[in-house]
Design a protein around this ligand. Sequence first.
Ligand code: MN
Length: 150
Amino acid sequence: MSLSEYSKKRDFTKTPEPHGDAVQGQEVPVFVVQEHHSSHHHFDLRLEHEGVLVSWAVPKGIPELPGKKHLAVRTEDHPLAYAVFEGAIPEGEYGAGQVKIWDRGTFSPIAWGEDRIEFTLQGERLQGRYLLVRFKKAGEQEWLILKAKD
Ligand code: MN
């Protein structure tokens, strides 16, 4: 539940990104997918869990076809306020570049484990059941995200 890694990486006098602590969330957890035009264009998937947004960088975006798998690299937890963040992270700062919300909504967790997270997204673009599974062969932070057959 710690946001210390998030805070350590950022200078809040320079970046417009939100800061803050873990907070009590809403009854229905939220998710967001942000398109991030940083040095390596990618999408960030964030799922509310225990007062923070648990986060993955997904280079190819969230798969929309059942059975499709995309690499998702776990990144530091973000504050809940990040779910509504859009803006430009200035040059020279961590993650410099434009951040835009690509999709957001609520999700229903089905199972939340160390190596496997199953959930249903209720977004504007993304709908249906998804799986995040650890991809240990590729590394400590590597996961795969796949759309399950409903
Ligand atoms: Mn990012």
